[in-house]
Every structure is written in structure tokens, then in C-alpha cells.
Design a protein. Structure first.
Length: 215
């Protein structure tokens, strides 16, 4: 498991087969340390040029856990034809986006990772109630799919949800990318409330019992 605050192959379903074609593209950029602040300023100034073409779910930087000087963003697409239209026609022909952001900032990025994910059938994308910090937890699951761990994983996630110390934003499974990977995105009011909630959860018998099912 990988944890990060403030900040992505085979697919699986933990319930009825998912027919919604909407998917979420996880994009992770690793930046040169000396260019991180400059890159973020350019994003703030020019991101509207990119969001004119498709919906941005969120854009985060990493504060704790994992690789530093990294940004992570999620984009929503109706289907693969929609993504092809956005990238092949809209973004590729948007000279203002290319000249003001893309070309000047490509040199600041030394690594890019892209994963195509779907929401699990039992989870809807939720909007956090206000500003806070986010935690992305990445699970590398055992091969075999939901027949082995699907129901247990759902119970483990819901055990934390029921405690109420954080809000579940979404649970995503990878369609293209690393095999057997699940991303769980949480919202917390603060890093301290997250720490207190996690401490509480480790002593809750419901969480302990659900977690043991995943071992």
C-alpha cells in the first residue's frame, strides 16, 4: 500500500459488471525540484485553457509519503472516443495551450505516468464538503479478482467510512496500467484529524475484522 497526503493490467469489479463507460485518467508528473514552484504557478495561470476541453476532477501536490516534487491530477472522460476527440482534435490544435503552457513546461517534467481507471460499481464520485487535505491509498491486490477479495475490500473501505473521521471521494480500479491495482481517494479536514481518525480506527473491531479479511 502507498499513502500520500495532499496530493496512481486487468480491471476488476467488486459487484455487478460495470456498464458505465465513463472513466478517469490518472496522470502523475515528477518534476525537477528547482522547477516545482514555477510549474505550479504556470498551472494556476493557464489550467483554464486545458479545462476548456475536458473535466478536471482534481489537481494535487504531494506533501507526505511517496516521491516528492510530484503532481497528480484526475481527468474525466465519457468514453475512449471522447478522449480521442479531446486529445486528437481539441488539445492538439489549441495553439494557445501549447504555446503558453505545454511547450515551456515539458522540460520541467522528467517522468510521466498515466493510468486509465473506472470507479468500482459500489462507489460514486463524491465532492468534499470544503477545503482540506487528501489521501491517496494505493492497494496492490492479489491476482484473482473479486472472487478472492472483492467483498472483503468493500467491507474494509466501508468500515472506515462508518467511523466518520474522513470522507470517501472515490474508489478506482485500473483498466490500463499496473495489474490488480486499486486507488482509494480520501478527504480529511486536516492532517491532524486524519492522524487521530486512523488511530481510532486501529482500535475499532469492525475495521480490524474487515482488514483481516484482506490478508
Amino acid at each position: 500500500m502507498e499513502y500520500g497526503l495532499n496530493k496512481v493490467c486487468s480491471s476488476f469489479a467488486t459487484g455487478p459488471r460495470q456498464y458505465d463507460r465513463t472513466f478517469y485518467e490518472f496522470r502523475t508528473y515528477c518534476l525537477k525540484p528547482s522547477k516545482m514552484n514555477e510549474f505550479l504557478e504556470e498551472v494556476k495561470k493557464n489550467i483554464h485553457l486545458r479545462t476548456a476541453h475536458s473535466e478536471l476532477i482534481g489537481f494535487w501536490t504531494v506533501e507526505f509519503g511517496g516521491r516528492m516534487n510530484k503532481v497528480f491530477h484526475i481527468w474525466k472522460y465519457d468514453n475512449f472516443a471522447h478522449r480521442s476527440q479531446v486529445w486528437g482534435e481539441a488539445v492538439a490544435k489549441d495553439k494557445e495551450w501549447q504555446e503558453k503552457f505545454l511547450i515551456p513546461n515539458l522540460a520541467h517534467i522528467y517522468k510521466q505516468e498515466i493510468e486509465i481507471t473506472y470507479l468500482v460499481p459500489w462507489c460514486k464520485l463524491e465532492k468534499p464538503p470544503k477545503e482540506g487535505v487528501y489521501e491517496l491509498v494505493i492497494f496492490q491486490m492479489k491476482p484473482g479478482g473479486p472472487a478472492l477479495w472483492g467483498d472483503a475490500f468493500k467491507r474494509a473501505v466501508n468500515a472506515h467510512v462508518d467511523l466518520g473521521y474522513s470522507k470517501l471521494v472515490g474508489v478506482f480500479h485500473t483498466e490500463y496500467g499496473a495489474l490488480n491495482r486499486v486507488h482509494v481517494l480520501w478527504w480529511h479536514e486536516s492532517a491532524d484529524s486524519r492522524a487521530a481518525g486512523r488511530h481510532q480506527s486501529h482500535e475499532d473491531p469492525r475495521v480490524v475484522a474487515a482488514g483481516e479479511l484482506l490478508l
